[in-house]
Write a protein of this length. Structure first.
Length: 579
């Protein structure tokens, strides 16, 4: 008997189904798992997994690699965190379909909503497409370190069909809806995994204009969803503020869209400070829909959703002050030197006293009672007693004074964490409730987006390390965490060929030193097109990541293998091959 292509030897297997952990070998041949069991035959390549956790590759359902996938074969930081399949095109933003005259409009929308600099996008995108199918063809040209799936973005679709009327938020006519339905069907037939939209007032262009999809009505959303039904394929992704006029009314609308189209839908769910109990109402309505047989799920985060404030990024508590603006363009080392001058500090802090009269963003960035040191070993569940305001009170200092000094630590590379969701009670208990619900999908990492202010693509690592090992109470079984991040996410997206370690399925695998698993501190890199900056956050504990049977990372370092491809989902969910 010949050797297997690859054998992962003697690991503790969490197979993605939620079954109890067990020791087993995993044999891989031709890019698929050929056997799982004890004492399998030799492999041409072997990974010693004894004492290590072995899982399916992680499926990240909420990323924004739509642009990065065009110029980069390594979709970092996600691929550092065990992600082997990423779904992009969320929140209704993307780059196809597009007419030549609307390219800048789509760039401004992506820059405003997802914080990807326009200069980066203008240099990095070659615009060799117009239709969504042509965009998929362009994505398909580049090999990668993971598979990607693309959703049809409502913003681009609406502008393509309606032009300026879309930007003016006019209601779509019957003819507009018919055209969008046909294009949605066409996109699914070309291989799109689904369609995404946004109804959030927080989603604006760089100029401050609302996303073109903000006021799209039920008839329009239903018509597009019917285009997915026409194709017999595709999922729906939805984000809303849930306050127009209220959560029950908004949820009732998306429920009717699912009832009429039959297509699965997921939506972003998190706890907002202004409406701290709405998330539970939405979850109750989701569970009721599921009991009625409707495929509606919520995408949830395993930790607080917030921004990183620092001198390296685009925001810090003092970025609006005239004194800071006068030095903002200087290199970091020069800014730090100036800010260490007592006279400059006094001037800036004097200006900062006007925060109380600022707009919502300024007030948020001055909420020192909800601001924490992230730390060299990042802490995403700090007690309220460790907030900047609480620490300052104990030291007899003004909170802004302490925050100023904290920003200068590590030669200006330190970050402060400012949570804006999932942290009303000063802990992550709400995240635990969300994660344990049977109809939630771990996600909202936004890989590829918010490149200078958020670094949440590391959530897969945090999900396992914090909830499966580190939290003092309320830990969740590792088997269940793995199931949610692998088979549950994969199957919810119609990807039935992955997410479980079983014969015949796609050989996407992680080998993890679970005792050493953790997220590292974020760092700022300047490696985007046109020299653009982005936050990167690495991980420790990944012994190996395997995509389609090829080892893409060993001990956190990339290999030469780039087996990742565009996943085209056509004519219904991808079938699971027979063993």
């Amino acid at each position: 008997m010949g050797k297997h292509d690859l054998v992962i030897r003697g690991g503790t297997v969490a197979d993605g189904t939620g079954a109890a952990l067990r020791e087993a070998d995993i044999a891989i041949d031709g890019g698929r798992i050929s056997a799982v069991g004890p004492s399998l035959g030799a492999g041409r390549d072997e990974i010693d997994a004894r004492g290590k956790l072995v899982t399916p590759g992680f499926v990240d359902v909420h990323t924004h690699y739509d642009a990065q996938a065009m110029w980069d074969s390594r979709l970092q930081p996600s691929s550092w965190h065990g992600v082997t399949t990423a779904v992009m095109g969320n929140c209704g933003v993307g780059f196809a379909p597009v007419r030549p005259g609307d390219r800048d409009r789509l760039i401004e929308l992506m820059e405003g909503i997802e914080d990807i600099p326009g200069a980066v996008l203008k240099e990095g995108l070659d615009w060799s497409w117009e239709s969504f199918g042509e965009y998929l063809d362009a994505v398909d040209q580049r090999p990668r370190d993971m598979d990607v799936c693309a959703q049809l973005p409502h913003g681009a679709l609406r502008v393509y069909v309606m032009g300026e009327r879309a930007v003016r938020l006019e209601a779509a006519t019957e003819q507009d809806i018919a055209a969008m339905r046909a294009l949605a069907c066409e996109a699914m037939q070309a291989g799109a995994i689904g369609f995404s939209t946004s109804r959030s007032v927080n989603h604006k262009t760089l100029k401050g204009d609302p996303t073109p999809t903000l006021r799209a009505n039920e008839a329009e959303l239903t018509g597009i969803a019917m285009g997915l039904k026409d194709a017999g394929a595709g999922v729906l992704e939805f984000i809303s503020d849930w306050d127009t006029p209220d959560a029950a009314t908004e949820f009732g609308m998306i429920r009717r869209v699912v009832e009429q189209s039959g297509r699965p839908l997921s939506f972003s769910l998190f706890q907002r400070p202004a409406t701290p109990n709405v998330w539970r109402e939405l979850l109750d309505m989701t569970d009721a829909a599921a009991r009625d047989g409707l495929p509606i799920r919520a995408q949830v985060a395993p930790r607080t959703i917030g921004v990183l404030l620092g001198l390296q990024g685009s925001r810090n508590p003092f970025y609006i002050c005239a004194a800071y603006k006068s030095i903002a363009a200087l290199p970091l080392a020069e800014r730090v030197a100036i800010m260490r001058n007592p006279q400059f500090k006094a001037k800036l802090l004097d200006e900062a006293r006007d925060f109380a009269d600022g707009d919502a963003m300024q007030k948020r960035l001055a909420s020192f009672d909800r601001m924490f040191v992230l730390g060299a070993v990042p802490d995403y569940e700090p007690p309220l007693s460790e907030s900047v305001a609480a620490r300052a009170a104990r030291a007899g200092r003004a909170p802004a004074d302490l925050a100023y000094d904290l920003l200068l630590e590590d030669d200006g590379r330190a970050f402060l964490l400012a949570p804006f969701a999932n942290y009303v009670s000063g802990n992550l208990d709400v995240c635990r409730e969300m994660l344990l619900d049977p109809n939630t999908m771990p996600g909202l990492g936004d890989g590829g987006a918010h490149v200078s202010i958020i670094s949440d693509a590391s959530y897969c690592t945090y999900l396992l390390s914090h909830w499966g090992r580190d939290r003092a109470s309320g830990r969740i079984a590792v088997e269940e965490l793995v199931r949610k991040q692998t088979s549950f996410n994969a199957h919810a997206m119609g990807l039935l060929d992955r997410g479980v370690l079983a014969p015949g399925l796609k050989a996407d695998v992680n080998v993890i030193d679970f005792g050493q698993l953790r997220v590292e501190a974020p760092t700022m890199a300047h490696d985007l097109p046109s020299g653009g900056r982005r936050l990167l956050q690495g991980a420790r504990g990944y012994v190996a990541t395997v995509v389609s049977g090829e080892v893409t990372y060993r001990d956190g370092q990339p290999t030469a293998a780039l087996p990742g491809r565009l996943v085209r989902v056509k004519a219904g969910p991808r079938p699971a091959p027979r063993p």
